[in-house]
Write a protein that binds this ligand. Structure first.
Ligand code: LMR
Length: 333
């Protein structure tokens, strides 16, 4: 009888082990959530990362990419990350204000003259330090990813700042961007990316600011008859994860993920550079939207009206940081 009990217990133990085995042996799942289309710098970077991880880490890690706000929209993804519902994301730097005020730097209008200056700043000590600006909130900045410089689209031609007066513009959830549009005498509305097309189509808003690739891939150009090539601000991302998840990974997996991410980001940045030209050209070819090029004198007016926003945020961001970022333009000359 004792023998029989032992056999039964062994059998129970074995079946419990067998049941648990798939869970123990299964891959580490990384849900990567983002809001843009797959055919964008971020969409391409995320897919490249997924593929490289599969190639290099085999069955150990499975990256699942959820594009187009399928899993989480802008305003929820970082909360979800801290709860463990998603492991990676790359929100725009404009969407971190609940976690740090320092990243507001990147929203200052006319801060960077081109993407080379952005690279110089981000590779330098100040840019690198900013990646850790969210660490006290339980997040780890793994790297920057580019999209590009933003343009202004609207239901009417915008040549000088006065043309924007009284119009409603959708903005990302950033107080700097709100101040920028208020400086124009316009009304800023903080809305998730997933709502922008409908807001434009129904004329609930008059305009928005975004990069060529977002304007193209989300078809904003089909419902905005004018796009001003203003290059007035930056849309850049921070690839983030939660400290709890990242620090709990085996060291070899972590370093494999880091190298795959480095390569995926380099690829995404190349896609960004290419799309800033090719998606702009596709919009021109579509003839749905007229592209307005500013004369130097017109551009100077936008700078004059928007740049005072810097002073408003100098206290929160820090003058040293602003000087270092602006100085990156000079370093290339
Ligand atoms: C936006 O909300 O306009 C952008 O941040 C979308 C994105 O992630 O590129």
């Amino acid at each position: 009888m004792f023998g029989k009990l032992t056999t039964t217990l062994t059998a129970i133990g074995l079946s419990a082990l067998l049941l648990a085995a798939p869970a123990l042996a299964g891959p580490i799942v990384i849900k990567f959530s983002h809001v843009v289309a797959e055919n964008t710098p971020k969409g391409q970077m995320a897919n490249k990362f997924r593929d490289l991880v599969k190639e290099r880490l085999g069955d150990k890690v499975l990256v699942e990419v959820y594009p187009n706000s399928q899993l989480f929209g802008d305003n929820k993804v970082l909360e979800a990350m801290l709860l463990g519902d998603v492991q990676m994301a790359a929100p725009s730097l404009s969407k971190f204000s609940r976690y740090t005020r320092k990243l507001q730097l990147y929203d200052l209008p006319f801060l960077f003259e081109n993407m080379d200056a952005v690279d110089r700043f981000q590779h330098g000590p100040y840019g690198q330090k900013l990646l850790q600006s969210v660490s006290s909130k339980g997040l780890i900045g793994l790297g920057y990813l580019h999209n590009g410089l933003k343009q202004l689209s609207a239901s009417k031609p915008l040549r000088v700042p006065a043309d924007a007066r009284g119009l409603k513009f959708r903005i990302m959830s950033s107080d700097v961007l709100a101040a920028q549009f208020k400086a124009l005498g316009a009304t800023p509305l903080k809305k998730p990316f997933s709502e922008v097309f409908t807001l434009l189509q129904t004329r609930a808003i008059d305009g928005q600011e975004n990069t060529w690739s977002n304007i193209y891939s989300k078809k904003f150009y089909e419902v905005q008859p004018y796009i001003t090539e203003s290059n007035h601000g930056l849309l850049d991302y921070m690839v983030v994860t939660s400290a709890e998840f990242w620090n709990g990974l085996p060291a070899d997996v972590r370093s494999g993920l880091e190298s795959a991410l480095r390569e995926a980001i380099a690829f995404g940045n190349q896609v960004a550079a290419d799309k800033a030209k090719s998606d702009k050209q596709k919009i021109i070819d579509s003839r749905r939207s007229e592209i307005i090029e500013l004369t130097p004198a017109e551009r100077a007016q936008w700078v004059e009206v928007m740049k005072p926003v810097w002073k408003q945020f100098e206290g929160e961001i820090g003058k040293e940081l602003i000087d270092a970022a602006y100085g990156a333009n000079q370093a290339g000359k």
